[in-house]
Design a protein around this ligand. Structure first.
Ligand code: PMP
Length: 437
């Protein structure tokens, strides 16, 4: 027991008696990297403080939402004010409309939106809507993309297109997976084969356009163009899961980046979460009016939620979106994120450690590999043991990155040039250690 982790250890022991694995979401438990998770007491700006009062520069940002940094004063003020007016009504509010108008104004592919409370719920509902609107059952997802933990999405690829995928969780019956086709990310030929075989049965194709759940892997422009063409040709809906990338990689989300490369490009449905709630439970999905009006009570596709459009969460989301709309916000965030990534690459190169990195807006990824992977199988070539040493080396130096090599990282507007410089200096020390081992 090191003297500065004793309270975290005591809390983790207590937690394990109360909550399975001691955590309310698995990756928090440090199972991949080993050691004791830090119990967070408070956060401000770019920093977290754990139970021992140790400070960390935070690159997890609650797994994406905290784009302004923690406890931003304008956001806190909006939340306090909303809370004073009541925590939940289960009835419509004007603020839901303001948030809807704000989001629809920023994402031109969406004409209508439905608010929910988690990304899981949003992705699950978008797929139900796609199935209801098309009258079809099958859908495509990609290996390494995560869309929440609805049963039909917890699946890994089978050995080929002809074999069904297998569940990645116990408790998911094989019958639930019979309509899910799992394909390799960025593999155009496989995509074409899948549409040739199943095109008329496909309700939708769901994709993380810049995948953040296999670290950071971009869908190539030709691949995305083919996704769009094949969906249109076969009457399947293209569903963009922008829970992570929405309002994070650019103000218009990843779809605005593909629209720059592919004239007229837009997805049919978009799934949002994380940043739109600014740290409160809020997510959404939306698209064209003709599709969205299939939802109850206008249409026959059922979807509901006790806390959907919660007044405090919508206040938090609105205050956050209003900040990130300020001119120059994304340019500054992207520059800071790039400085981090370039600093890490430079430090690794100086110590002869193979590392490559990428970033878009305030999202970044790095791999202890000589070149950027294009799919999940390539991500799996990363040296996990080496990553774990890097993770703990950084943590010991007060820098907190995600405790698993499959997660993208996040920089917030509160990260200063000094925070970035400290992070790069800490990483340099760890790379030096790695190069000697
Ligand atoms: N989709 C994506 C792309 C995600 O990254 C996540 C969560 N990390 C989800 C869906 C699920 O969101 P939630 O955890 O809010 O259910």
């Amino acid at each position: 027991m090191t003297p500065n982790t004793d309270l975290n250890i005591a809390l983790f022991e207590r937690a394990q008696a109360l909550i399975p694995g001691g955590v309310n979401s698995p990756v928090r438990a440090f199972r991949a990297v080993g050691g004791t998770p830090r119990f967070i007491r408070r956060a401000q700006g770019a920093w977290l403080w754990d139970a021992n009062g140790q400070r960390f520069i935070d690159y997890i940002g609650s797994w994406g939402p905290m784009i302004l940094g923690h406890a931003h004063p304008a956001v806190l003020e909006a939340v306090h004010q909303a809370a004073r007016d009541g925590l939940s009504f289960g009835a419509p509010t004007e603020r839901e409309l303001e948030l809807a108008e704000e989001i629809l104004g920023l994402l031109p592919s969406m004409e209508m939106i439905r608010l929910v409370s988690s990304g899981t719920e949003a992705a699950m509902s978008a797929i139900r809507l796609a199935r209801g609107a098309t009258g079809r059952s099958k859908f495509i997802k990609f290996e390494g993309c995560y869309h929440g933990h609805a049963d039909a999405l917890l699946v890994r690829a089978g050995s080929g297109l002809a074999t069904l995928g297998t569940a990645t969780s116990a408790g998911v019956p094989p019958e639930v997976l019979q309509h899910t086709l799992v394909l390799e990310y960025n593999a155009i030929e496989q995509l074409e084969q899948a549409f040739a075989l199943h095109g008329s049965e496909l309700a939708c194709l769901v994709i993380e356009p810049i995948a953040g759940n296999m670290n950071l892997v971009r869908a190539s422009v030709p691949f995305m163009r083919r996704c769009r063409e094949l969906c249109t040709q076969h009457g399947a809906l293209l569903v963009f899961d922008e829970v992570m990338t929405g309002f994070r990689v650019a103000l218009g989300g990843a779809q605005s980046l593909y629209a720059r490369e592919i004239p007229g490009f837009k997805p049919d449905l978009t799934v949002l979460g994380k940043v739109i709630g600014g740290g409160m439970p809020l997510a959404a999905f939306g698209g064209p009016r003709a599709i969205m009006e299939n939802l109850a009570p206008s249409g026959a596709v059922y979807q509901a939620g006790t806390l959907s459009g919660n007044p405090v969460a919508t206040a938090c989301g609105l205050a956050t979106l209003r900040q990130i709309k300020e001119p120059g916000f994304f340019a500054a965030l992207a520059a800071r994120t790039r400085a981090l990534v370039e600093g890490l690459e430079g430090a690794a190169a100086a110590e002869g450690v193979a590392l490559c990195a990428d970033s878009e807006g305030g999202m970044f990824g790095f791999f202890l590999l000589p070149e950027l992977p294009r799919n999940y199988a390539q991500v799996l070539r990363s040296d996990g043991a080496r990553f774990n040493r890097l993770f703990h080396g950084l943590l010991a130096r007060g820098v907190c990155i995600a405790p698993a090599l499959y997660e993208a990282g996040f920089v917030s507007a509160a990260h200063s040039a000094d925070d970035i410089a400290q992070t790069v200096a800490a990483a340099h020390e760890v790379f030096r250690e790695l190069s000697r081992q």
